[in-house]
Design a protein around this ligand. Structure first.
Ligand SMILES: C[S@@+](CC[C@H](N)C(=O)[O-])C[C@H]1O[C@@H](n2cnc3c(N)ncnc32)[C@H](O)[C@@H]1O
Length: 275
C-alpha cells in the first residue's frame, strides 16, 4: 500500500504533532510497511483511503496509533556498555552516598522501549550493590508505544534478544528459561515498572527522579522539541540528580539547564540549579 506525496506529508505532520518524532521524506516506505496492517484493520482499501479516514478524525485514537506504529524501538541489554560502567563506578555510588538518609532511589528509563535498559540497570543494582536491598528503589520505564510497554511488563525475551548484550553469567543468574523464551527473575522484575508516557507533553503524573536515562530518543526530536523536553526533565529531576543521554546525544546544543560532567570515560549531566 502506498499513497500520494501530499498524503505522506500529512502523515509526517501527524506523527510530529502526536509524538514530536521527525520522519524524513526519504523514509516514506516505512509508512507503507508500518501502517498497512492498521489501515486494513480499520477497513481502509488503501493507504490513501486510510489517510482520508484520519483527516475525517474518526476514530480519534487512530491518530495516536499512527504515531505509535511509526516509533523505532531498537534496544538491547546493557546497550553501549560504557554508560553502565559509568553508572556502576560513578553515579550509583554517588547517589548511595547522597541518599543514605532517605534510603530511597527513583530511576527513570524515559523511552524504555521493550524494557532491556530498565532490566539491565536492575540487574546491575542487584549484582553490584547488595547494600541497596533494604532501600526503597524503583526503576520506572515509560514509552509512547503501548505495544512495547506491554512487552516490557511481561519481562519475557526471545533468544535473539538475550543474545544481544547480556553476558551469559547474568543471563543464567537473572533469567529463567521457559521454552523458547527467557523470563526476568522475580527479584529483578520487582524493582521495575512500566507505563505509557508521551515525552512530547507535560508529565505531571510522574514522580521526581534521582537519575534519568534519556537515551537514543532525542535524535528523533527537533531542536525546539528537545529544548521543551529538557525543560520537562529538569523539572522532574531532583537538584542533586543525574541525567544520562545516548552516546551520540548531547544537551548543551539545546539547553543550558544541565552541565556536563565526565566520569569513567563517559559524559553525564547534572541539573543547573534555578537561581
Ligand atoms: C530507539 S528506542 C531507545 C530505547 C532505549 N532508551 C535505548 O537506548 O536502548 C526509542 C524509544 O523512544 C520511544 N519514543 C519515541 N518518541 C517518544 C515520545 N514522544 N514519548 C515517549 N517515547 C517515545 C519509542 O517508542 C522507542 O521505544
Amino acid at each position: 500500500m502506498a499513497c500520494s506525496d501530499t498524503d505522506y506529508a500529512y502523515l509526517r505532520e501527524l506523527v510530529l504533532e502526536q509524538s514530536s518524532n521527525l520522519i524524513d521524506p526519504s523514509r516514506n516506505a516505512l509508512f507503507d510497511t508500518r501502517l498497512t496492517p492498521i489501515a486494513r484493520l480499520s477497513g481502509a482499501d488503501s493507504l490513501g483511503d486510510f489517510v482520508n479516514m484520519l483527516k475525517a478524525g474518526r476514530p480519534a485514537h487512530l491518530h495516536r496509533a499512527v504515531a505509535e506504529a511509526m516509533t523505532i524501538n531498537e534496544t538491547s541489554f546493557f546497550r553501549d556498555m560504557r554508560p553502565f560502567e559509568m553508572l556502576r563506578q560513578v553515579l550509583i555510588p554517588r547517589l548511595i552516598e547522597q541518599r543514605k538518609e532517605t534510603r530511597r532511589l527513583r530511576i527513570w528509563s524515559a523511552a524504555s522501549s521493550t524494557g532491556q535498559e530498565a532490566y539491565s540497570l536492575a540487574m546491575m543494582i542487584v549484582e553490584h550493590f547488595p547494600e541497596l536491598a533494604g532501600w526503597d528503589v524503583r526503576i520506572v520505564g515509560t514509552d509512547i508505544s503501548r505495544h512495547v510497554v506491554d512487552y516490557a511488563r511481561k519481562g519475557r525475551y526471545r533468544r535473539l534478544e538475550v543474545n544481544r548484550g547480556l553476558p551469559a553469567r547474568m543471563l543464567l543468574k537473572y533469567m529463567t528459561r521457559d521454552g523458547e523464551e527467557w523470563e526476568i527473575s522475580p527479584q529483578v522484575r520487582s524493582l521495575c515498572e512500566f507505563h505509557y508516557a508521551n515525552l512530547s507533553g507535560p508529565l505531571p503524573f510522574l514522580p521526581f527522579f534521582d537519575l534519568v536515562l534519556l537515551r537514543n530518543v532525542l535524535l528523533y526530536f527537533s531542536q525546539q522539541d528537545r529544548r521543551t523536553l529538557f525543560n520537562e526533565i529538569h523539572r522532574k529531576l531532583f537538584p542533586s540528580g543525574y541525567l544520562v543521554l545516548g552516546n551520540a546525544e548531547q544537551a548543551e546544543d539545546s539547553t543550558n539547564l544541565f552541565e556536563v560532567e565526565f566520569g569513567a570515560d563517559c559524559y553525564f549531566y547534572s541539573p543547573v540549579s534555578a537561581s
